[in-house]
Write a protein that binds this ligand. Sequence first.
Ligand SMILES: CC(C)(COP(=O)(O)OP(=O)(O)OC[C@H]1O[C@@H](n2cnc3c(N)ncnc32)[C@H](O)[C@@H]1OP(=O)(O)O)[C@@H](O)C(=O)NCCC(=O)NCCS
Length: 165
Amino acid sequence: MIEIRKATGEDILVLRKLAKKIVPDSFKSTLNTSQIDYMLDKFYSQKALTDAFDKGQIFFIANCDGEDTGLISFIEQGPNLYLMQKIYVEIKNQNKGIGSALLEKVKNYILKKDNSDFTLELIINRHNPGLSFYKNRGFIKVRDQGLDMEEFYINEEIYSLVVKK
Ligand SMILES: CC(C)(COP(=O)(O)OP(=O)(O)OC[C@H]1O[C@@H](n2cnc3c(N)ncnc32)[C@H](O)[C@@H]1OP(=O)(O)O)[C@@H](O)C(=O)NCCC(=O)NCCS
């Protein structure tokens, strides 16, 4: 059974463990090992996640049959505009509908909160195998954007989905 809960600061360790398991595999075709380590530290260190919560990033965790196995997060960027920052599902549980359920959770959460149409954006590398997941769920490319990781620079694309009330 898939259950999704909103994460609190007490889930930081869970989020870190999931990221450590999932991120290296997810980016092995687009980033090298040191870039992946840098990314894990930048986004999933205790401090990075504490800061993310403090700045209003919202995380949901997917639990499959009693085991935490996936996460999604987003942040408000402006009026009716949100950026989805992360979506990861453990390899062993991919293709079971968990990613779709996480995305639906975020859409419904924002709709309930704002009670208005909104735009959900995400930043992704065109070579990321996850891109088709988004395209198949209606996201379309709206612009290019470089992602400055301080240590290195990645060419990324912005995909966007308008969610109607
Ligand atoms: C993309 C991802 C979140 C989808 O989660 P999921 O639980 O497998 O998704 P669902 O079961 O709801 O849907 C399955 C879809 O995901 C696709 N998918 C499954 N495994 C995938 C993988 N390793 N990479 C990319 N897409 C994958 C399937 O082809 C299927 O596509 P379709 O329904 O559009 O035909 C998950 O595969 C994942 O975490 N991938 C690695 C991380 C990643 O790429 N994140 C997004 C970019 S940051």
